[in-house]
Design a protein around this ligand. Sequence first.
Ligand SMILES: [Zn+2]
Length: 328
Amino acid sequence: MNGALRAPHVVAFSYRRSVGGADRRFLSGLAEAEIWGSRAADGRVLVPPLDHDPETGATTEEFVRLGEVGVVRAWTWMAEPGPEHPRERAFAYALVELDDADTALLHVVDVDNESEMSTGMRVRADWRSVRVGSILDIRAFVPLTAVRPVSGTGRRAGRGTIPRGEASVSVEVVADIHLEYMYEPGLVASAFLRSIAERRITGGRCSSCGGVYVPARSRCPACRVGPMAEVELDDRGVITSYTVVHVPFDGMTLELPFVSAWVRLDGADVSIPHLLGEVPPEEVRVGQRVEAVWMPNDELAPTWESIRYFRPTGSAPEPEDTAATCDG
Ligand SMILES: [Zn+2]
């Protein structure tokens, strides 16, 4: 039983944000099957539109509506798309410079085969029938010859400009964040987690200042001396700080309200965070003595969740600082 533990971790959440300025013009335009850019003071047309000219920092002058036909300036073939890609089968990512634009936008070019791609090829936007104000309202760009013939002046007739600041519908963007990674806590924290799986709590004592840290660190945070000597601690201690949680959050498995507390175990010089149980939130006090309530022995594992929560032991709150045992 040594070496570092490993565990898969997932961080996932969604958040909404509203966008303004050029982003709002661009996204609300896409919902109407229109592509908008912005014109800089020197006349260059930037697509997607920007609020500020990246070269001068000056505010761009007006929004410009463009056609949906352009030219591929650069591309790369995605032979094996992953779950993060907008298509399931092979496709090209390309920088597409729309006619009358001076910058290129990144998008998908939908062709069956890499051999159909070339720099300089002409493409047009292929729109989804249901659009929501997203860059993916353009399903993909497709070779100009492969779809219905362009009516030529049809889209051009719809072109125009509007001054900056003219109100357009507000656009909300929902971003789904999903991060998967392997977590390796390191050798010292792994030893701590293994002790938890044996219903023990271990810490480390600094050979220089005598400070006791739970969990142990590889070196003393105060004097940077290491390694620390392992010490075993009781699973009892005192509340040093707490928070009553009333606000729900995604993925929550507890009933509201619940209490999150910092507990300084007897013999330790730092506090550890955990949940409190078997006590109404309004009766929690700093200085209250608590003890760990463990999972059943056959459910113990190298995780902090092997302690279900801490609960008051019934003893009266302690006078301040009687639990500190710094030998240094
Ligand atoms: Zn130290």
